[in-house]
Design a binder for this molecule. Structure first.
Ligand code: TYD
Ligand code: MG
Length: 463
């Protein structure tokens, strides 16, 4: 009988070492290596029982898309790719307090209202706490079956009897505990073993499993990355605690697109869907101030208009500050260099602050033109024209490059009452004609110097 030994496991990447180290050699993270006990494997080594063998099938066969259970919350269903897929596992990650439990209780209630069986297992809150929340959300009358539990062996015993359930929510995976594993809840070993067991039950049964996972300060899912590989879809619920907007983003989805977002607003009665995010993101925009430009962006299949704000402050001597919220700081440095070198805008003694209003994070290169416009507008203290949207990628030689889905962007701008758009020049080989919505004026911009000329004093034309 081997005596129990321990090993050291990195809580960030799951790497295993025989010795403790302050820094994980595999992923380079500090203070993530913890000791875990090894549980003895059943059966003496070398005498493992022979397996039964697996059944192989051909590729052709019934491949109808799995029937999905729509939750009825459209913003959620779209991110899921049309609803919950039976026998699948979804991980919903996010900062503590961002609204994961609220979202899932609302989704569970909505499914229960449509006559499906829903189990909600909370390892964090007592049944009384969940009931209170349900009352606040106005869903206390739904037939959700609620349990406060964390012992996965006991949960598994119930789930094996619950084959008619459509949805099982586990809130959260970090509080789950399996007695076969000799470490605390929330450690790699526990999270991995508990998820494995729960996912196995979901695959064997017919229900969709939703695991809630907390995210650490630096944005990674607490516990191992391995969890992301085990589930079929990973959704992140994000947003700024200071803002009421919440964005649900798919980062992995075996049954749908990964670039979709769902937009919600946290109200005092739970999460409200935001079917038209552009209107919300632009709601507080004030016209006629310099340093602001509206970007016609795209999130997944959805056009979203957001305001980009730039503030410049003189900083003679010393190294100038560049501070960015909601955009990539490396990309900003590149744009500032292009503005300086290709269009002669002097910014080397200026602090630059850039903000995407409303708490949205923009990742598209198409935002370059709007960012450049907001900076040029701030630099020459001349507002952009209030009815104009901007989109286009900027290359290193200052050229404005084409971006995808121009028509969808223009349509959204027209829908929200904008009257003009600054966009890349149509290329000679682009043989498809761009159809602009009626009443929207297109202003093609070929080079960043042309953009800057709209703001520089010697130019008469408006931005
Ligand atoms: P919660 O769903 O508990 O977050 P998580 O499960 O991600 O930790 O949400 C908690 C926050 O949401 C809390 O700060 C209060 C706020 N909230 C509302 O503003 N309105 C509501 O109706 C509810 C239920 C919560
Ligand atoms: Mg919670």
């Amino acid at each position: 009988m081997a005596k129990p030994t321990s090993r050291f496991v990195c809580q960030s990447c799951g790497a295993i070492t025989p010795k403790w180290a302050g820094r994980c050699e595999t992923c380079g993270e500090w203070n993530t290596v913890v000791e875990e006990a090894i549980t003895a494997r059943p059966g003496p080594a070398g005498k493992a029982p022979a397996g039964k063998g697996v059944a192989f099938v051909g590729l052709a066969g019934s491949a109808e898309p799995p029937p999905r259970a729509a939750t009825g919350i459209e913003e959620l269903d779209r991110v899921l790719g049309g609803g919950l897929v039976p026998s699948s596992a979804v991980l919903v990650g996010g900062d503590p307090g961002i609204g994961k439990s609220t979202l899932l209780l609302q989704a569970a209630a909505s499914l229960a209202r449509s006559g499906r069986r829903v189990l909600y297992i909370s390892g964090e809150e007592s049944t009384e706490q969940v009931r209170l929340r349900a009352r606040r959300l106005g869903v206390a009358d739904t037939a959700i079956e609620l349990a406060a539990a964390y012992n996965v062996r006991e949960i598994a015993a119930s789930l094996e009897q619950a084959n008619d359930a459509a949805l099982v929510v586990i809130d959260s995976i970090q509080t789950m505990w399996l007695d076969a594993i000799d470490s605390a809840p929330g450690t790699v070993a526990q999270v991995r073993a508990c998820s494995f067991e729960l996912i196995r039950l979901a695959k064997a049964g017919k229900f969709s499993l939703v695991l809630v996972g907390h995210v650490t300060k630096d944005g990674a899912l607490a516990g191992p990355r391995v969890l992301e590989h085990m589930v079929d879809a990973v959704l992140y619920f994000e947003g700024d605690r200071g803002h009421q907007f919440r964005i649900l983003r798919a980062v992995k989805n075996r049954y749908g697109a990964t670039d979709e977002i769902g937009v919600f607003e946290m109200t005092d009665r739970g999460l409200a869907e935001v079917p038209n995010p552009s209107a919300l993101f632009l709601a507080e925009r004030r016209g006629n101030v310099s340093g602001s430009a509206v970007f016609a962006g795209l999130e997944g299949t959805r056009p979203v208009l957001v305001e980009v704000q730039a503030l410049l402050a003189p900083n003679p001597g010393g190294s100038p500050r560049r501070s960015v919220i909601g955009w990539d700081s490396g990309r900003l440095s590149m744009l500032l260099a292009v503005l300086e070198t290709r269009a002669g805008v002097r910014l080397n003694q200026t602090d630059v602050y850039l903000n995407v209003a409303g708490g949205l994070r923009v990742t598209e290169p198409a935002a370059d033109l709007a960012v450049a416009a907001s900076i040029a507008s701030a630099a020459f203290d001349k507002p952009t024209s209030p009815g104009m949207v901007y989109f286009g990628e900027i290359g290193l030689s200052g050229e404005i490059r084409q971006v995808a889905q121009a028509e969808a962007r223009l349509k959204e701008a027209a829908k929200l009452g904008f009257d003009s758009a600054a966009l890349p020049r149509r290329l000679a080989h682009g043989n498809r004609k761009l159809v602009a919505p009626e009443g929207l004026r297109l202003e093609e911009i070929g080079h960043i110097a042309d953009l800057v000329a709209r703001f520089a004093p010697e130019s008469g034309s408006g931005g």
